[in-house]
Design a protein around this ligand. Sequence first.
Ligand SMILES: C[S@@+](CC[C@H](N)C(=O)[O-])C[C@H]1O[C@@H](n2cnc3c(N)ncnc32)[C@H](O)[C@@H]1O
Length: 265
Amino acid sequence: MKRMLRALWRPFRKGLDVERSWMESPAKFRDMVKFLSWFDKTSSIQETMDRAESDWGKLITAFDDYRQVPRRRCLEIGFGGGRLLVESSKDFEHALGVDIHNAFDKTREYIALAGRTNVTLLHKDELDTLEDASIDFIFSFIVFQHFHAHSEVDFYLGQIKRLMSPAGCAHIFFRRNETSGIKVVDPKDFRQRHSSLFIEPALFRERVRRDFRVLEYQDEMKKHLDQPESPQNVSGQARVVFVHKVRHVPSDRVEVGTEQPGERR
Ligand SMILES: C[S@@+](CC[C@H](N)C(=O)[O-])C[C@H]1O[C@@H](n2cnc3c(N)ncnc32)[C@H](O)[C@@H]1O
């Protein structure tokens, strides 16, 4: 019924610019919990911190290769309120984040509240100031699905290729398209904070493999990690872990090849 009403109303809708909505909306929130909740629904600062710890430990760093990633600098693409930057700054000497929103002061306030001082925030157009091969771990969680266009995927994969250190690694989460191909939501159908970019997992991996070696991937993940697998407990997320095609691991061993022997489902 709701869907039918939306379809009827569609020709009269003005549409909502996806990118502008992410840029401008966060600056409206003065209250910290409301600010954090814009990016990841929450009812308290503690809840945000607890969920960040769980997402960091059980999802973002939960792959075998994480143990051998050097711990100098990491970069989060789309840091939002800063909850995962806080977690990553506990594992790395320095945590950097890039985003497009206009409320970096509020993110800084949250990071200070969490007592972290080794974090730097960058606007997207400042990414070029980072040195080539200077980042050991690049991650992005619930962000690629909010891009306004598929060209953003190419932009960030290009930056990852340039920035990833020789022994580095990336872990990217994205929203699965349930049918084939790529779906970009029309601004007329876009609703605030909803996903706007859906990608068929095989296509995403194919694009990643052009420039990298895939170590591990998952096309279907559990929605609630603490609950058993079931047809109801499926999230819309998919993920890929990847490294340079020729990788210099810390022991000076060189890994070469485009094969993916460690690839897991
Ligand atoms: C749902 S929030 C997730 C924030 C954070 N990763 C987390 O898990 O709490 C999505 C974030 O993606 C950012 N974003 C949207 N489009 C972006 C783009 N083109 N480049 C960088 N960040 C973007 C938004 O500004 C927002 O901070």
